[in-house]
Design a protein around this ligand. Sequence first.
Ligand code: ADP
Length: 398
Amino acid sequence: MGGTGAMGGTGMKCPEKTGGADNDLGTLATDSLDALRAGVLVLAPGDEVVFANRSARTMGLVTTELRGINTGRWRIAHSVLRSLAEQVRQSGAVRDVELELPLAPGVDPEATGGRDWFGVRVSVAPLENGHVAVEVEDVTEAHRVARVRRDFVANVSHELKTPVGALQLLSEALLDALDDPEAARRFAERIHHESNRLGRLVSELLELSRLQGGEPLPQPEPVSVDRIINEVLDRSRTAASAKNITIVPVGQRGLIIHGTERQLVTALANLVDNAIAYSPENTVVTISASWEQDKVELSVIDEGIGIAPEDQKRIFERFYRADPARSRATGGTGLGLAIVKHIATNHGGQVSVTSTVGKGSKFTLRLPGSPPGATSEERYSSEISEQDQSVNRTGAGT
Ligand code: ADP
């Protein structure tokens, strides 16, 4: 029975089971195997596919194609599974292995985020008369996490090596330049800059690992958006003033986000820090707060260098920088937006970006919260600009 027909809808049925009750039992067994998430195959000697359940076919473990031609007969799609079956046939012992297999033809790589493999745990057991049973469990998620961890450790080591190497060289240069106070001063200043960057990198790494589930999530509390914005305005005053950048808060007052104040301040501060870092002098950064479609929307809009569409897709990844040289020059770690994304996700919200190169960018956080009370719907501008004249008018000649 190298059949094709019985493989179409549900798993292949046992031909011997012809009697009424037995037949019912056969159907029940086949339906049960089809209900499993694991792929199940039974192979006859010569690797003829005697049975393949629904998952085995969805995973692309079997195919009727041979070198692009439809043969009309089901065969195993992956040679590694054929070799395993043969080994088990010969040794008579069960084998368990973990593998990464190419995705079945026809699976859209867009749906997998560009991943062209899937991870499987395969268990192959000998049956009678040279038959073998193959069970294939999808463990893609565990493999993906392991890969991400490996890449992360490699990236962190690389990122730490750069400032540490710079510090070693600069301190040697400083020792050599002790007789020349001007040069010594220059080296000391660069040591200060690099050690600050190193410090920021370490604290952002710690922040990221906390956000990624190292610690239990704090109980969400109602957090005033007005307070978040005021705190961020306070923190970014110095950086904005150094570039003569004006920060303008606009939008609704009295909004509430359900979450953790410290994290929300960090997320907004990271967006504002970037808006300042990637904008030229004498420009405006706007922080806008509003209640849109049952969510609090907090946007940071700049008139800066903008982000190309291909970079917009990747900037929320750890250590991804559109322009590594510029990011280093501004003391960037490449972790700011990854932290923002984690905070948004941990709060049950999202962060998104729209941007035009040469014109500017708009980053928007959409977070669960509550709308303002009827009486507090006022424009921000007037009140906060009064309280925070120094920030709104930072360096603008007042
Ligand atoms: P970094 O520490 O490098 O700023 P982030 O994770 O905060 O790291 O940002 C990642 C990259 O996204 C930056 O290196 C930069 O290329 C780009 N980026 C972020 N914010 C902006 C912005 N407001 N304008 C232009 N580019 C930005």
